[in-house]
Design a protein around this ligand. Structure first.
Ligand code: IPE
Ligand code: IPE
Ligand code: MG
Length: 236
């Protein structure tokens, strides 16, 4: 074993779950068939992460830009999220569930389920699942700026006191630590507005595997690679 490698599991792993549509297309099926298969992968991956001792997982399920998709696809996705949350209550009973993103745009029933799950799991702290739904990294940063501007205007804080820590407190992910490792499937090598602030020093892993085909084996391969990386954070 080399002395200069970290060899530690990431505390916080982010998943950009991409490629559901292409997976379905390869099978001459509608895109939504891929989303159903992708939901199954998400269950497997979350269970495995918890089993091996990762503390936080953030999964990008729906971006602020995904509303641009055909109405039919968005409708089916909302239905799948709804079903997923019904099941999540039983399946992830030992996990804290947090929904990051702007909930206000979701149908009321779905929003209520999110709030309920957050409330019911709020006291759990050994494993946290953050589902990014109607999430955008820029939106998150703009909201934080707005919240701080309001606090400064009302005299609650001093503009001079705003620093990175105070800023981070206004983010959806607070108090979770920054993301250590970001895995994106399907061959695309971009962030697509995921965790922009929290990924400042993330390690990235890209694989051509489409999300529905991603599984335990590939997760372990990715984590092995992470543990061989040397993180410097600007130091030497
Ligand atoms: C990711 O798969 C899931 C969501 C964005 C909801 P895609 O639906 O983006 O699949 P591709 O990229 O079109 O294959
Ligand atoms: C990113 O995937 C969002 C999610 C995985 C939810 P997209 O498929 O929307 O990203 P782009 O459009 O290829 O960048
Ligand atoms: Mg995509």
């Amino acid at each position: 074993m080399h002395m200069d490698i970290d060899n530690k599991l990431p505390v916080h792993v982010g998943f950009i779950m991409d490629g559901n549509g292409r997976w379905a297309k390869k099978r001459a099926m509608p895109r939504t068939f891929g989303h159903k298969a992708g939901a199954e992968t998400l269950r497997t991956v979350i269970d495995e992460c918890r089993k091996i001792g990762i503390r936080y997982v953030t999964c990008y399920a729906f971006s602020t830009e995904n509303w641009k998709r055909p109405k039919e696809e968005v409708t089916v996705l909302m239905r799948l999220f709804d079903e997923y949350l019904d099941e999540a209550a039983a399946r992830f009973d030992k996990s804290r569930m947090i929904f990051i993103g702007d909930k206000s745009r979701f149908p009321e029933g779905l929003r209520d389920k999110m709030l309920r799950l957050e409330k019911d799991t709020a006291s759990i702290d050994d494993f946290t699942i953050m589902l990014a739904m109607n999430y955008g990294g820029r939106d998150e940063i703009v909201r934080a700026a707005r919240a701080l501007a309001a606090k400064a205007a009302s005299g609650e804080i001093d503009t001079e006191d705003i620093d990175e820590d105070i800023f981070a407190r206004e983010l959806y992910t607070y108090p979770a630590p920054d993301c250590d490792f970001i895995i994106r499937t399907s061959g695309e090598e971009r962030l697509s507005n995921f965790l922009m602030w929290q990924s400042a020093y993330s390690e990235f892993y890209f694989t051509d595997t489409l999300w529905p085909d991603f599984g335990k084996e590939e997760l372990h391969k990715a984590l092995d690679e992470y543990m061989r990386r040397k993180r410097r954070f600007g130091g030497v």
